[in-house]
Design a protein around this ligand. Sequence first.
Ligand SMILES: [Zn+2]
Length: 79
Amino acid sequence: MRNLSHILDEMADEAPRIRDAIAAAYVRLSPTRTAHRLYKTGDPDAPDVIKDRNGHVALDLCRVCGRAESLLSERCEPA
Ligand SMILES: [Zn+2]
């Protein structure tokens, strides 16, 4: 029978890999929950390029990292 401290050492070695796998799965499954802060219609500082002709925000753009649309599935990390 293996001793307990050996088992605990193995678990500690695995922990970062398991944590990274869970984080990656979470981002894949929850693209809207990666903490981006999107411009909304009515935001006075929303850039004109993401608005339609009526002034409504028509394109998702993150005010923190500048990612837009399909790139929003990535983590919010300002460049
Ligand atoms: Zn962002």
